[in-house]
Design a protein around this ligand. Structure first.
Ligand code: ADP
Length: 247
């Protein structure tokens, strides 16, 4: 969209048509830009009240031991986490769609990012096996990639999530596996499409919209890597594997 046609000042039909087309392209491009800015601004604005809500819920969970209230607050925290993930996913998608200006890659320890995100897994037992691995990447994007895979595993697992990170030649290989129902072979490519969900009715109840894995793939590719899903040989559920060039 940002590519205009070369204009020659020939003054004839073709010249006029070219400049008309260019004006139309400019208008479409600026509309698309405004839309991205809107998504980016809106999701950014949503983050402040969401952060405040979480703090209040956590404080109330720490100070009230009424069992009914704990049930309610725990469910609210789950809903809250989904909202936070959705706004975060939207914001990251909007930024990835922008030019590379605001994306700054730096050398990072991927194992430290993974270890930090594992602490947020709330429903499953996590079995980590992490070795120190360095990559060059955009930290908030790598955090989101890891978080989305862990959130999904936690959501679908029967009780166990295994996370491993190792070096394989020049690649960093991150694998997130669970003991849930897995992803059927015929859907293994489509789960990475925007807004695709394996079973609409099953997931709608849990609040997903199908952006998480699309974002994981965008981020993996923008870092020169790839993501794929198979089934877990050890746990029987899904196995998501991300390969990124290590540094
Ligand atoms: P959502 O936000 O709806 O979870 P995702 O893009 O993260 O969207 O996932 C897309 C689809 O892939 C979902 O419908 C979900 O059912 C399926 N999926 C993702 N992770 C797993 C997993 N670990 N086990 C089984 N199915 C999964």
């Amino acid at each position: 969209l940002d590519e205009r046609l070369p204009e020659q000042d020939t003054g004839d039909e073709v010249g006029r048509l070219t400049s008309t087309l260019n004006r139309m392209l400019d208008r479409i491009a600026s509309g698309a830009r405004r839309q991205r800015e809107f998504v980016s601004d809106a999701s950014h604005e949503l983050r402040t009240p969401l952060a405040a809500m979480r703090a209040e819920l956590e404080v109330s969970l720490a100070h009230r031991d009424n069992a009914d209230w704990r049930d309610v607050a725990t469910r609210l925290l789950d809903d809250h986490r989904r909202l936070e993930r959705l706004t975060g996913d939207l914001l990251t998608l909007a930024r990835l769609d922008e030019a590379a200006v605001s994306r700054r890659a730096e050398p990072v320890r991927l194992d430290e990012i993974v270890a930090g995100e594992i602490t947020a897994v709330r429903h499953s037992e996590v079995r980590p096996s992490l070795t120190p691995v360095r990559v060059t990447g955009v930290v908030p994007e790598l955090v989101r990639l890891v978080r989305n895979l862990l959130d999904n595993a936690d959501k679908h697992a029967a009780g166990v999530v295994a996370v491993s990170l190792r070096q394989d030649g020049r690649d960093a290989v991150l694998a997130v596996e669970d003991d849930g129902p897995g992803v059927p072979p015929e859907q293994r490519e489509r789960v990475f499409d925007r807004f695709f969900r394996v079973d609409g009715s099953r997931d709608r109840a849990s609040g997903g919209v199908g952006l998480g894995l699309a974002l994981v793939r965008r981020i993996a590719r923008s870092h020169g890597g790839e993501v794929a899903v198979t089934s877990s040989a050890t746990l029987g559920g899904a196995r998501f594997e991300v390969r990124l060039p290590s540094s």
